[in-house]
Design a binder for this molecule. Structure first.
Ligand code: PMP
Length: 326
């Protein structure tokens, strides 16, 4: 385990090398391990891509020193980019649909970023369009566009995936992760399939989301409360490669909330709804490997817990939330 014994020059040096911890409610014979991404300094999986995308764009000359990054984001990516920007000569502006948590928006502002809100009913698509408009008005501005930027998945291919591989000595039988941009899943899955082409890969989305359509399954579209994963318009999720996915698993908000509460009270994990969904799906895959329904190269399942429940306390994440369905 990384202990950061040496004094460090900046908090950004603590990004990555997060713990991989067993989820105990899974079958004994097919352990499930979760990568705890709230251990990053901005407390989510998105610190990795914030740092990776900005550094690569500066290196490649796609972003000039003194320039501005304008990004449509549900929040965690904004925090990750804003954190990286504090160490680089870059300004950050974020376009955030109103429905997303106020905690995230406060954190982005406190890291020095500017926030532009867009109407909830325009979804992420509205935020993406507004970011493009703002970039056209700004001089020396770029939109990393995490939904279409290969650097997003590459960040996970370069960091998250080898960390998982090393922690398990290569014994990765299945990868199960929630898909927002799908960068996390694509980066880890591509690496794992290169190690072992038969690695089982499952994408997780909320009921009501439309990723399953890309795999040829007709689904009913609807609203969901879980933040950070799912899509209402799969044509904007350009990183999602169905060739790298065996199955899309859909989980309801209520089931995710029951699981995130269970993860806290039984296992000590303070994680949010996207982690609850990932955990339910990962346990399901582990049970199917145990029962011989899935043929995986190793008897282990890896998932990702992307962030912490503290970020959603004002939204009543631990309350009896009648409107949470599924
Ligand atoms: N969970 C949360 C809370 C997130 O903010 C995100 C990022 N949108 C994800 C899961 C999914 O990560 P990705 O965008 O890499 O698919």
């Amino acid at each position: 385990m990384t202990t950061h014994r040496e004094p460090l020059d900046s908090v950004n040096e603590t990004i990555g090398e997060t713990p991989l911890v067993r989820v105990h409610a899974a079958p004994e014979s097919v352990p499930v391990y979760a990568k705890l991404e709230s251990f990053n300094p901005g407390a989510s999986v998105k610190d990795r891509i914030g740092q990776y995308m900005l550094e690569e764009m500066l290196d490649r000359g796609d972003l000039d020193p003194g320039g501005t990054v304008i990004e449509p984001t549900a929040g965690n990516t904004g925090i990750g980019i804003a954190l990286a920007a504090t160490q680089l000569d870059v300004e950050a502006v974020f376009v955030v649909p109103e429905r997303f948590s106020l905690e995230k928006q406060q954190l982005m502002r406190s890291l020095g970023a500017e926030i532009v809100n867009t109407p909830t009913d325009e979804g992420m698509g509205g935020a993406i369009d507004r970011a493009d408009e703002l970039a056209a008005e700004h001089e020396n501005a770029v939109v990393p566009q995490q939904f279409a930027n290969p650097l997003n998945a590459e960040a996970h291919y370069a960091t998250t995936a080898p960390e998982i591989h090393d922690a398990l000595d290569g014994r990765v039988g299945a990868v199960v992760a929630g898909c927002g941009t799908a960068g996390t899943l694509m980066g880890i899955a591509r690496y794992a399939r290169e190690q072992h082409p038969e690695t089982f890969v499952a994408a997780v989305e909320p009921q009501g989301s439309r990723y399953a359509e890309v795999m040829g399954t007709e689904v009913e579209e609807g609203e969901y409360k879980t933040e950070g994963i799912g899509t209402h318009d799969p044509s904007t999720n350009e990183l999602f490669d169905p060739e790298l996915v065996d199955q899309v698993i859909r989980v309801g908000d209520r089931t995710a909330q029951d699981e995130l509460k269970r993860l806290a009270s039984e296992e000590g994990h303070l994680v949010a709804a996207s982690a609850g969904m990932a955990s339910v799906a990962a346990r399901d895959v582990a049970e199917r490997i145990r029962d011989g329904e899935i043929d995986a190269p190793h008897d282990t399942v890896v998932t990702v817990f992307p962030d912490s429940s503290e970020r959603y306390l004002s939204k009543g994440i631990y309350d009896e939330f009648e409107s949470w369905e599924g």
